[in-house]
Write a protein that binds this ligand. Sequence first.
Ligand code: SAM
Length: 173
Amino acid sequence: MWIILLAIPFILFGLVAFVGAPYVPSHRKYVREAFAKLYKLSDKDLVVDLGSGDGVVMRVAREFDAKCVGYELNLLLAFISKVLARGDKGQKVVVGDMWTAKLPEDVTLFYAFSVSRDVNKLMDRVQRYADTSERTVKLMTYGPVLKLKKPSRTQGAHSLYVFVPKTLQSRQA
Ligand SMILES: C[S@@+](CC[C@H](N)C(=O)[O-])C[C@H]1O[C@@H](n2cnc3c(N)ncnc32)[C@H](O)[C@@H]1O
């Protein structure tokens, strides 16, 4: 019985590493600084955290009155995130795969603390979102930077990228 109980977290945390970054939380102080200076977050924003862990990024985003949705594959982390949200209706955690989940329509900022292996996939995911919604969206990364796109700004380990939809790119050219 104990072996099964001990194996559950191991399975929950271990299996995720095959489909995305393992759990390591962003540093709250640096997220706060990034939302204050790198991208000035406000109540007009909807932030999507792709792989939201214990929800620390969403809780910081709420300090700026932005709405947030987090996608998290690990049930235990999603549960902790819900508990720590303390019933705050401005943040929501969805248990699901961030690569395939249906995203809200009005996202303004994506946040990702990813791994180098996944950065091209991440870039495609956000570009596809910009293309289908026909809106410019931004991506803030923490840690690994995109290999095929230059950030518009950086601050410490945070980088900010702008994704212009293909329809607007051709008009601007
Ligand atoms: C490096 S942690 C970052 C957590 C949080 N975003 C933060 O910055 O504190 C990455 C998180 O992504 C989750 N994750 C990895 N692959 C995922 C996937 N395909 N779909 C949803 N969540 C995923 C992991 O369980 C982990 O909690």
